[in-house]
Ligand binder design. Structure first.
Ligand SMILES: [Zn+2]
Length: 302
């Protein structure tokens, strides 16, 4: 990777992160911009933010990660439920006011590229990233290169089905990995489980609480993580069989609860994955790095 700074922009649902990142993935300077409304208006506020962040510095280019279905070749956001965008030619809209060349990609794909450089320092050839949060995202680095698939849509690992009779997922399908592992689904299942056991769950329960309760030995919380680990292990076993990665990295808020879900995850993987890919893969949990998206976006600039 060429030495020098890159401008990274991570376009999320509620706020935008913008950062200057060096060739080793270190954030040199950063700024946060509120996401507001229409694409043109957002691009205007991004331009203003870029000027104040750059302070006359001239990066090698700009990389943009967007939550949603992105066409990285044309630089068009086909659909972003978080931003309420449909067919937005973001690359064209950003053709002035940002360092060039400019690259656009899906945010989880960008995060995988960020994790590949920052967490693994490129010491991996075949890598699967899973981001665990409200949504469950994924990204793939295969043979040392980002894998985007035919339309840039590859890596929707959260929407792989792990149980066709499972709960309804936000995507419209049932039993997706996300429908077992996503924050809202974890909490919903915990509430149901408390109710079934005639116990009152406390208001505004979060996965963080469930982690805390499990540590104190709460049987419902422990059961929730066990079930989550089973679903995640089923998904991961499939990814091992398909991609034969050397590394699978789990990141995001609930990765902190790894001690509670890893045993059932590993058990499931050992039952379902073939022995050779299973032995070849390290399944790691990363300390949460909220900047992976913006770092990866910046590193889209070669
Ligand atoms: Zn789904």
């Amino acid at each position: 990777m060429k030495k020098g700074l890159r401008l990274g922009i991570d376009l999320g649902g509620t706020s935008v992160k913008m950062a200057l990142v060096d060739e080793r993935g270190r954030v040199v300077d950063g700024i946060r911009v509120e996401t507001s409304g229409k694409p043109r208006k957002l691009v205007r506020s991004l331009k203003i933010a870029a000027v104040s962040l750059l302070k006359g510095r001239r990066p090698l280019g700009t990389g943009v990660g967007v939550a949603g279905d992105v066409d990285p070749v044309r630089g068009v956001v086909r659909f972003s439920p978080n931003l309420h965008w449909k067919n937005v030619p973001i690359k064209a809209l950003m053709s002035a006011g940002f360092p060039k060349p400019l690259f656009v990609d899906n945010d989880a794909t960008a995060a995988a590229w960020g994790a590949y450089h920052v967490d693994l320092k490129g010491r991996s050839k075949n890598f699967v990233l899973l981001t665990l949060g409200t949504g469950v995202g994924g990204g793939l680095v295969l043979d040392g290169k980002l894998y985007r698939g035919a339309t840039g849509t590859a890596g929707e690992l959260g929407h792989v089905c792990v149980d066709p009779d499972g709960p309804l997922c936000g995507c419209g399908s049932t039993g997706c990995l996300e429908a077992f592992v996503g924050n809202r689904h974890l909490v919903r299942w915990a509430m149901e489980e408390y109710a079934r056991r005639g116990r009152r769950a406390h208001e505004g329960l979060t996965p963080k609480d469930l982690n805390h309760f499990a540590r104190r030995g709460d049987p419902v919380a422990k059961a929730v993580w066990k079930r989550m680990g089973r679903a995640l292990g089923t998904g991961v076993a499939g990814f091992l069989n398909i991609f034969n990665p050397d590394t699978v990295l789990l990141t995001g808020g609930v990765a902190a609860a790894a001690p509670h879900f890893m045993p059932s995850l590993r058990r499931e993987v050992s039952v379902r994955a073939f022995a050779t890919p299973r032995r070849a893969a390290s399944i790691l949990v990363s300390p949460q790095n909220n900047d992976l998206g913006v770092i990866g976006a910046a590193l889209l600039v070669p």
